[in-house]
Design a protein around this ligand. Structure first.
Ligand code: GCW
Length: 842
């Protein structure tokens, strides 16, 4: 992982140069706020933009708005706006709330209808000068308006004769971060926490402030900074002033601080002998604690609660309900206008697998629907978008229509826990759009999820959007240089879920890579196809991401879902696959939906192919709407997915020279890794299903790998063969390792193809508990050498650590002796799986 160090210098220079174009060293730290200069001709469009800015009013938010505007215009157009105190006769950009504007200019913008945080961009005549006005009902809205104006200019849109109102779809637009007090991040893939380290809030909160700026730039207004698996110590008295420092860093950007709390806190840190929500002493404890928080943080947003879930304590300890637990905290927060987010992610992870009626997917509805109407008005039930857990494909949670008298928020996941962990490209807005636009049929008119969570459908006072983000100290925030498109996309959809994925991909690309149409088209296309590609080589037909659910949630682990209590079952056996969740013969889950939705999922004929195995158990020979059998679909989609991910490299290669070298190289590295790992996925899943079903691939690919030479079949010196577990994680189920006492091993074979240029892939295991070294020799000539120093999530050789090294343009002749040497290190035994040799492309 690369941490911030290298960019701190850039940051300092950036400050010195007051926002000049240090962004040329493209580390990704500026995300979509690069303010890169427009080309001369494009900049010409803004020749008439006023040369000064006037702010009506005085507050930290307005100060941020002004500074941002000056910084942005300087970066994009190379001009420095004059900061004027008063309006003069010249054209100017005016920033201020509607009330400030109207008290200065009584008849201006008379019939403007704006909601909280919404804004208006308008070109208006004021005292004979033409002004660009950025206004809102509150200061935060003015800041949002400035970001919107800058985005337009950076994307070379027209900003003359403006009259554009933008309103947020819902009041709640939050992120949750799963940071731990020790600075680690649960399901974080981009370095340590920007908020916490060694049990305390970080001394340097520069990154926290920069993060708040990014959030504000897409209209996000709240952030819970610690993991929902909350450490009770965050509520200790000495910790609260530390939290206040984070709130201070957020405040200039209108982002309100929230924290996750543990419901057992009154007992664990409060000295009570109970945390029973019905006990008056517990209520009093919460009330005092919350008062103290607000004394230090007057704009504190509220708390997030995970209880009775995955081993967390909760109200069930005392036979109380989630409503009891939520309300006791909500009543402490209410006088301060704070909110409780109570997560609906509550389920029994010791379910009996043998009982075919058991179904984890039913849990949230079963638990929360009966409580509808019992939650206070400042409680929001935070519902994961699907009934299981952020799988690559799930239906929409039926709980969205299970609560009519309760506020709701949808929980999405920006951090790619089950979708490639930012090592694979997976742009999620297309998935989120399907969820948000899904009609739940809760009334005569369409009732899409986006309207329900925004409180529109059931007329709730509040609600909205939450995403788990988990940014870290890596310069580019999320690890993969293209992964921040997901945070951008989340923010844009939380602001306006009616935007299309296409427009979001386009905007993000323009802001991050400039307006060259080839670049915009290519990157947008890569983003927009990446979720279907990821889905096709990982999870088939709604069966879930077939990943190792007991460990990393990363590589393939088809069997890990079964025979345990976690309930992520797909029930694949020799004859068929899928969970029967129908009312007629299955778990009855479908009945949690409103009748029209339930009806369509109850029947095989009307269930869409992509969700078939979520709702039905079918034989492998079942014929899909597509005309293929289930088993052939599994084979074909995994081969097509691996091929499509190799094709992403071709697309990216076409941008060489059109994007900066730093990000070009970084993205290329990620895509090359992904293409290799897609093959690991493909082979593991296809071989597993071939073994279990006994049905061969019609196209003869599964089990046949032309040009592949197994390491265990080579001439070994020191290396010893071993069985990889599970067997589908390695080609042929075996690999070789250089175990102690050996210090160096080798595996060799004779090349017997025709003379020519070849590509050779070495499939090896790069664990995170050592840094082995490899060398490849043809005869006596060293043709490549490298160290296995990636931080893949495994301590042993398996599909998580399996990766490849590609050697290109290798000149070979028949009879050449090819030798791979490995030097183990620590717990990593320089293990090898196979090599594959193919003719170089012409
Ligand atoms: O997806 C699962 C994750 C857990 C997480 C949990 C949750 C924070 O694997 O790491 O815990 O969901 O959402 O609470």
């Amino acid at each position: 992982m690369r941490y911030l160090r290298s960019t701190t210098i850039c940051g300092m220079l950036l400050l010195l140069a007051l926002g000049s174009t240090c962004a040329r060293a493209e580390t990704g730290s500026d995300a979509w706020l690069r303010y890169a200069p427009l080309e001369k001709q494009a900049a010409q469009k803004y020749a008439h933009l006023p040369a000064s800015v006037v702010v009506l009013g005085d507050s930290p938010l307005l100060e941020s708005a002004k500074t941002e505007l000056i910084r942005g215009i300087r970066g994009i157009l190379g001009r420095t706006l004059r900061d004027e105190k008063n309006l003069t006769k010249e054209n100017t950009i005016v920033l201020g709330t509607l009330s400030a504007l109207q008290s200065a200019f009584p008849n201006l913008l008379e019939h403007t209808d704006l909601r909280k945080d919404g804004f208006l961009l308008a070109t208006e005549q004021v005292h004979g000068s033409e002004c660009v006005i950025v206004t809102a009902t509150n200061d935060r809205g003015v800041l949002y308006g400035v970001f919107a104006l800058l985005s337009k200019i950076e994307r070379n849109e027209n900003v003359s004769a403006l009259h554009e109102t933008q309103q947020p779809y819902a009041p709640i637009r939050w992120t949750d971060e799963w940071d731990n007090l020790d600075g680690s991040i649960e399901r974080g893939y981009a370095g340590p926490s920007i908020f916490l380290e060694n049990g305390s809030v970080r001394a340097d909160l520069t990154r926290a402030g920069e993060y708040a700026r990014l959030l504000a730039s897409v209209g996000l207004n709240g952030c819970a900074i610690n993991s929902v698996n909350a450490d009770p110590r965050v509520l200790e008295d000495h910790f609260l002033p530390q939290l206040a420092r984070v709130a201070d860093a957020f405040r200039p950007w209108g982002v309100q601080l929230a924290i996750s709390v543990d419901v057992s806190s009154p007992k664990v840190i409060g000295g009570l002998d109970t945390f029973d929500p019905a006990d008056a002493r517990v209520a009093e404890w919460w009330s005092k604690k919350v008062d103290e928080i607000y004394r230090l943080i007057p704009d504190f947003a509220g708390v997030v609660v995970k209880a009775d879930s995955e081993g967390r304590l909760g109200p069930a300890t005392y036979g109380r309900t989630p409503a009891d637990a939520a309300n006791v905290i909500a009543r402490a927060l209410a006088p301060h206008h704070g909110i409780v987010f109570y997560r609906a992610f509550v389920y029994n992870h010791h379910l009996d697998w043998r009982d075919s009626k058991n179904d984890r997917a039913k849990a949230a509805y079963d638990i929360f629907h009966p409580l509808d109407g019992e939650f206070d008005d400042n409680v929001i039930i935070q519902i994961k978008h699907g009934p299981i857990d952020f799988q690559v494909r799930e239906p929409v949670s039926p709980l969205f229509t299970g609560l009519e008298k309760t506020n709701e928020a949808i929980e999405l996941q920006v951090t790619q826990e089950y979708t490639g962990q930012q090592r694979h490209l997976c742009f999620l807005p297309p998935m989120w759009k399907e969820v948000l636009d899904f009609d739940m049929h809760a009334g005569e008119h369409p009732t899409p999820v986006k309207d329900i969570v925004a409180g529109k459908t059931f007329h709730r006072p509040t609600g909205g959007f939450v995403a788990v983000v988990n940014v870290g100290m890596d310069a580019n925030w999320l690890g993969h240089p293209l992964a921040m498109a997901n945070l951008y996309g989340y923010g844009r959809l939380a602001w306006n879920p009616n935007l299309t994925s296409q427009s979001i991909a386009r905007e993000w690309t323009q802001l991050c890579f400039g307006n060259d149409p080839v670049v915009v088209q290519t990157i947008s296309n890569m983003l927009l196809t990446s979720w279907p590609i990821y889905e096709s080589y990982t999870g088939p037909l709604g069966a879930g991401t077939l990943t190792d659910i007991l460990g990393s949630h990363y590589g393939p682990g088809v069997e890990s879902s079964e025979r345990n209590g976690w309930g992520q079952w797909h029930r694949a056996d020799h004859d068929g696959i899928g969970m029967d969740r129908t009312a007629a013969t299955g778990t009855g889950y479908v009945d949690q939906y409103r009748a029209p939705v339930a009806k369509s999922y109850e029947s095989l004929a009307t269930t869409p192919d992509e969700l078939l195995l979520f709702f039905h158990h079918v034989p492998y020979t079942y014929v899909l709407h597509s005309g293929k059998t289930v088993i052939q679909h599994i084979y074909d989609s995994h081969y097509a997915g691996a091929e499509a991910s190799a094709n992403l490299i071709q697309q990216w290669n076409s941008l060489k020279g059109r994007v900066d070298d730093e990000r070009y190289a970084e993205v290329l590295k990620h895509l090359e890794y992904q293409a290799g790992h897609a093959i690991v996925w493909r082979d593991a899943v296809c071989n597993w299903f071939f073994r279990v079903s006994g049905i061969p691939d019609q196209h003869g690919r599964v089990g046949h790998y032309p040009g592949r030479i197994e390491a265990e079949g080579m001439q070994l010196q020191g290396y010893l063969p071993f069985d990889v577990i599970p067997s589908e994680d390695a080609s042929g189920g075996k690999a070789v390792e250089c175990a102690p006492p050996a210090k160096k091993c080798s595996a060799a074979f004779r090349f017997d193809g025709a003379a020519g240029k070849y590509e050779m892939d070495v499939e090896y295991f790069d664990q995170n508990n050592g840094k082995s070294e490899f060398r490849v020799l043809v005869g006596d000539r060293v043709v490549d050498e490298w160290a296995a120093d990636e931080h893949l999530p495994a301590k042993k050789p398996n599909a998580d650590s399996s990766t490849r090294r590609r050697i290109t343009g290798l000149a070979l002749r028949p009879g050449d002796n090819i030798r791979i040497e490995g030097i183990p290190d620590g717990g990593e035994r320089a293990s090898l799986d196979y090599i594959e040799i193919q003719r170089s492309p012409e």
